[in-house]
Write a protein that binds this ligand. Structure first.
Ligand code: FES
Length: 137
């Protein structure tokens, strides 16, 4: 269940079956403080987790190839730029130049065979702030 600081309505992400255990992540676009940023969701130890695709060391995207975030042993999320390693289940830095940092998590929920994420005050769906077809908010 989402934590209380997450307040937006559930945003559908994908079918549960699309996220294989320690497999390819689903990469998707969000807005952080109104700016476009990529996020990703992957399954690890049966749980779906999601983070902004932004390294703590330097704010850059981390995947080796599109959707490939885990290291060769499929144990840690690894930044392809300088090798920072993060614990997949909580985003905590466990090695490399990310210090005591932690990836920015998105609240996710899996129910009825589907995966959802929850916007927060700072992280919103791309469509959230987009103007309507006639320019209305
Ligand atoms: S940018 Fe990720 S480790 Fe340096």
């Amino acid at each position: 269940m989402p934590t209380p600081e997450f307040r937006g309505a559930a945003e559908h992400l994908c079918a549960s079956a699309e996220l294989a255990e320690r497999g390819l992540a689903l990469v998707f676009d969000v807005l952080q403080y109104g700016e476009p940023v990529r996020a990703f969701a992957l399954r690890f130890d049966g749980r779906v987790v999601a983070y902004l695709n932004r390294c703590v060391h330097v704010p850059t995207e981390m995947d080796w190839q599109h959707g490939v975030f885990l290291d060769g042993d499929q144990r840690f999320i690894l930044c392809s730029t300088h090798g920072a390693a993060y614990e997949p289940l909580d985003g905590r830095c466990v090695g490399g130049p990310c210090g005591r940092g932690r990836l920015t998590a998105l609240a996710v929920e899996e129910r009825d065979g589907q995966v959802y994420w929850y916007p927060s005050r700072d992280i919103r769906p791309v469509s959230f702030d987009a103007p309507g077809p006639r320019g209305e908010p």
